[in-house]
Design a protein around this ligand. Structure first.
Ligand code: BES
Ligand code: ZN
Ligand code: ZN
Length: 503
């Protein structure tokens, strides 16, 4: 989809469909919406009067212009309450509008930005919101892109702005929005690709190719290098598969590491999770192809950090393994000593995410980071607690928590603080090692005990853990999150990075 920006009057520009907007409670529309209303002899005012067009957030009303304008269709999208208007409302409106335009089979669409006028939004933010929402709502997974040749697709979205002074600002915002959305879609594509294709090797290759394209430093560790580092907890998971494990390291601003704040992202990259010998039940096992969503997000975030040229040293670490069963596979009762020298006992081979993260988080220690944030589809229990409405946030760092909550508020990618009480440490005491990876058959506080396990391997840096198991795959579509891979966390964490110095 091509998105361009044009200076002019939206009424004069020919397209298949034109998008204008309306705040809730407005009886006599102004701006572009008012001009369209006038050209159509008060058609929009009449719909408002009848109660058929209310301005409610995300409501869409389609009108036909019958030759009164060069564009045959006008879509009025509701912006919701003007008093509460923000980037989140702008994104919902843009997403709903583009969905309705697609359903109307429009190919060439013109639109105004939402909220830069009465909404009092900064034109840069308004353009970013519009482009981000337009692209993310239009996302289709790789299989859908190749399977349905004749599906309706929007070819061009032209953002029309009357005020010439605003054009450079809109261009800046649109560029930011495009980078963030495309980085999220990069992550979505990886998460949606089936595990027979998206193996650790495939993902590592994609990561390196992307790094070269956007100018990131990259290094991929193979089995040998990980073994030398003593990453035996990670390799315990890897050894059950014929697919060799990979550990991808990406760095933005590596050369300026000493002068810039360092933020490290770690992402769980289990390319398929059968559960190992603690085998998962068959129903829904196919979904475990997205058990590398954390790793995919990390790659997406690093891509955005490079393209936005953020003034930070950003590091991405993705341990990539396949959790399978063979003659070498780990077994319950096994004890492994990882990179920190600490030992762990395997109770469940299905609690493999925390195992690979244990060594990845140990590796993160070498960066002397200002913050380390991991993202992992770690527990089924987090979806029981929060559903698809928020990721679980585990941290004992107030500053990091504040930053993450602020980014969540701005992007709508919610995180919800979960407890990390000391007592949970007792739950993971082992008779044979420093800790055990599961409390089975007991399932109490399953989310917190998983975080406590990770915390055991953290050495001396501010750390936050995001459990994204409930939010990584969209079952019930919502604005900007069509069915399937969500890349939930990319927008959130890029936002946190963009605000790092200001906060
Ligand atoms: N990958 C799963 C968690 C998961 C479940 C992700 C559903 C996405 C959707 C993880 O490796 C796992 O199996 N966790 C176990 C932990 C248990 C054995 C302590 C779980 O949640 O049951
Ligand atoms: Zn598992
Ligand atoms: Zn898993």
């Amino acid at each position: 989809m091509l998105i361009d920006i044009k200076q002019g009057n939206i009424l004069d520009i020919e397209a298949d469909l034109m998008i204008v907007n309306l705040f809730e409670g407005v009886k006599a529309p102004g701006g572009a919406t008012g001009a369209v209303d006038k050209a159509l002899g008060g058609a929009i005012s009449q719909l408002i009067e009848l109660g058929d067009c209310s301005g409610k957030l995300g409501e869409t009303t389609l009108l036909y212009t019958h030759g009164a304008l060069p564009t045959p269709r006008v879509l009025v999208v509701g912006l919701g309450e003007a008093t509460s208007f923000d980037g989140k409302q702008a994104r919902v409106a843009a997403a709903k509008a583009i969905r309705a335009a697609k359903n109307a089979k429009a190919r060439q669409v013109t639109t105004i930005t939402h909220g830069a006028g009465i909404g009092d939004m900064d034109p840069i933010d308004a353009a970013q919101a519009l482009v981000e929402a337009t692209l993310l709502e239009s996302y289709e997974m790789p299989a859908d892109r190749s399977a349905k040749e004749d599906r309706p697709t929007i070819e061009t979205v032209t953002i029309v702005e009357f005020d010439a002074d605003n054009i450079p600002l809109l261009e800046t915002g649109a560029q930011i929005g495009r980078i963030i959305a495309e980085s999220a879609m990069f992550a979505r594509d990886l998460a949606a690709t089936p595990s027979n294709i998206a193996t650790p090797t495939y993902i590592a290759n994609k990561a390196v190719a992307m790094a070269q394209e956007v100018g990131l430093e990259s290094h991929v560790m193979d089995w040998g290098e990980m073994e030398e580092l003593g990453m035996n907890i990670l390799l315990a998971v890897a050894k059950g598969s014929d697919e060799p494990p990979k550990f991808v390291i990406l760095e933005h601003n590596k050369a300026r590491a000493d002068e810039l704040p360092t933020i490290v992202f770690v992402g769980k990259g289990v390319t398929f999770d059968t559960g190992g010998y603690s085998l998962k039940r068959t129903d829904g096992m196919w979904q475990m192809k997205y058990d590398m969503s954390g790793a995919a997000n990390v790659l997406g975030i690093l891509r955005a950090a490079a393209l936005l040229d953020l003034p930070l040293h950003v590091v991405g670490l993705t341990p990539l393994v396949e959790n399978m069963i063979n003659g070498h596979a780990q077994k319950p009762g096994d004890v492994y000593k990882g990179m920190t020298g600490k030992t762990m006992e395997v109770i469940s081979t299905d609690a493999e995410g925390r195992m690979i993260l244990a060594d990845a988080l140990a590796y993160a220690g070498r960066y002397k980071a200002d913050a380390v944030i991991d993202q992992a589809t770690l527990t089924g229990a987090i979806s029981i607690a929060l559903g698809a409405q928020a990721a679980g946030l585990f941290t004992e760092e107030d500053d990091l928590k504040t930053r993450l909550l602020a980014a969540a508020e701005a992007t709508g990618e919610r995180v919800w603080p979960m407890p990390m009480y000391d007592e949970y440490k007792d739950y993971i005491k082992s008779d044979f090692a420093d800790v055990k990876n599961s409390t089975a058959p007991n399932r109490f506080a399953g989310v917190s005990t998983s975080a406590k396990f990770l915390q055991h391997f953290i050495e001396d840096y501010p750390w936050a853990h995001l459990d994204i198991a409930g939010v990584s795959w969209t079952k019930k579509p919502r604005p900007m999150y069509p069915k399937g891979a969500a890349a939930f966390g990319v927008r959130l964490l890029v936002q946190m990075l963009r605000n790092w110095e200001e906060a």
